[in-house]
Design a protein around this ligand. Structure first.
Ligand code: AMP
Length: 380
């Protein structure tokens, strides 16, 4: 392991949110310092890190200062500009590399890549103007989903087209353009796999998990997904193939639909720790965050084994946060809070995990009941 960063080295993390925070905590446990690049000095990640460089994500002077101060650069936030990426990569090793980030920043590039490595996606067509949209609707049919190719997250920047007449208003509303039209998938469930890939090309893929959303935001993750062993293995194999094809060093989260025929369709890639991997902190000997740091630091990757089954629930906005005292008083709920000053609606403030012996994950209707004070609500 000649390329391994020695203890005491500094890992630069671009982005100051909860993913950076939990990566920095994993880095600290492995004897590294974390240095955050964020737009505010007291970001959630900064609060647990040795240093922060404050700057905008396109501030080349600040990015250069940051890169000079660290030993390796990684990300918790993938929407940094192409110029910013090139600049960082010219100063220090950037893991995953700029090509991986560029592929995941644009839905069309991403889908081309997934299809090229043999991954299936819902049928799709690039939409650069209203004429493209008309022909895409004719080709793909309705219902379908129109999405911005860049900067969409948590269901922002997309519209479901149910009738031909919906197309014009959706075109007008969605920005930034260009757009992409996808067939609407009548899915049986949504799953994801987080895979780590090391500097030496070794891989460790966590089990496929099942994701339930609420108001377009991840609400619950069930680990493992309640799908057949064969499908779960296919999902892991798909994630590994995509990560290897992209040459990822670090983490890749692969979000997939399982359609009504039991077919896997890749929806989205994220080359970073992922919300659907938070359960690994409590249910696995090495979490997604430890895998992230190990991969970017050139350390060996342990197997991505799971000692327990788990349900993870996000704490979103002021309503969930208001339950914090009760959460702390509920035996079995493992609490995580991200240190965000303001609990705006829709903002991810923390999460809780509940563990079960392997094989004892509650069924569909029991999942909410095990969350105690957080049992209210509907998601899917
Ligand atoms: P995305 O931003 O692509 O992750 O989409 C956010 C959510 O919208 C997904 O988790 C799905 O619940 C839903 N969604 C996105 N694309 C489709 C699709 N093609 N068919 C059905 N539902 C979709």
């Amino acid at each position: 392991m000649t390329d391994a960063l020695p203890p005491g080295s500094t890992i630069g993390i671009v982005g100051g949110g909860q993913l950076g925070r939990m990566s920095a905590m994993a880095a600290a446990r492995l004897g590294y310092r974390a240095h955050i690049f964020a737009t505010e000095a007291s970001s959630p990640a900064s609060q647990v890190s040795a240093a922060t460089t404050v700057g905008a994500y396109d501030d080349v002077d600040a990015l250069a200062r940051f890169a000079r101060d660290v030993d390796v650069v990684t990300f918790e936030f993938e929407n940094i500009s192409a110029a910013g990426l090139e600049l960082l990569a010219g100063i220090k090793p950037v893991r995953p590399g700029p090509a991986v980030l560029r592929a995941s920043q644009d839905r069309v590039t991403e889908k081309c890549f997934i299809n090229a490595v043999g991954g299936s996606t819902a049928s799709w067509a690039a939409v650069n103007n209203p004429d493209d949209l008309a022909s895409a609707v004719a080709e793909i049919g309705l219902p379908s989903v129109l999405k911005t190719t860049r900067l969409g997250y948590d269901g922002r920047g997309q519209a479901v087209l149910r009738e031909r007449g919906d197309a014009e208003a959706a075109w007008e509303r969605l920005a930034p353009r260009p757009l992409v039209l996808e067939a609407f998938v009548d899915f049986a469930c949504e799953i994801s796999v987080v895979v780590a890939r090391g500097l030496d090309g070794s891989v460790a893929a966590f089990d496929a998990v099942e994701n339930w959303h609420r108001h377009h935001i991840l609400d619950l993750t069930l680990a493992p997904a309640r799908i057949s062993a064969e499908l779960a293995e296919n999902a892991r194999a798909t994630a590994i193939r995509v990560a290897a094809g992209l040459g990822v060093v670090g983490l890749l989260a692969v979000e997939m639909f399982v359609d009504r025929d039991g077919k896997l369709l890749v929806n989205e890639l994220a080359p970073r720790p992922h919300n659907s991997g938070h359960w690994t902190i409590d249910a696995c000997p090495a979490s997604q965050f430890e895998m992230h740091i190990r991969a970017v630091a050139g350390l060996p990757l342990p197997p991505a084994t799971r000692h327990s089954d788990a349900v993870m629930k996000n704490l979103v906005g002021p309503d969930d946060l208001a339950l914090w005292p009760e959460i702390l008083a509920t035996p079995g709920l493992i609490p995580h809070l991200y240190g965000k000053a303001e609990a705006r609606p829709g903002r991810k403030m923390g999460h809780v995990t509940r563990l079960f012996p392997r094989g004892a994950l509650p069924g569909e209707h029991g999942v909410r009941a095990v969350l105690g004070v957080l049992a209210d609500g509907e998601s899917k």
